[in-house]
Design a protein around this ligand. Sequence first.
Ligand code: ZN
Length: 164
Amino acid sequence: MTPPRALMLGASLRADLRRWSEQSAPHEACGFLIGRRIGDTSIVARATLEANVHLTPLRAFTVDPVAVLRAHDAAAACSLHVIGVWHSHPASDSAVPSAADTSSAWPGHVAWIVARRQSRAYCMGIDGLTPLTSTHPSQRRRRACTGRKRTGSQRHDEPGRPGA
Ligand SMILES: [Zn+2]
């Protein structure tokens, strides 16, 4: 996947990530960013909070592999994708990726880091984790999704994408 150049993340989702980070401290919090890619921009529609199963969650994070599969399924059921992973740095003021963040980042995906005084988006490209421009989307309402899995007989294509 070509790395995005920008990320759209709404104010209420930013507030959710901030709240989850504070509730999980002193452990690092983590979860997924679910949404879609339009051109060079990754647009976040939903975020999840997942258990940090790392052996030393004070200093690092690992998302349970089962949660990874579940997130991909739930996203696909809404015609969305897992576009990135977010996590917190509860002991840092600035949102700077660690060496472990760089080595474990998924190519082409967004990494959103929530520190005590700053949040920042990065993307894993061929030069490692590079900062992304992050913006707030317009306040138009997005289609709700229940996250239920669709079956073959109930499958429907996304409106506005004939033949997709
Ligand atoms: Zn980190």
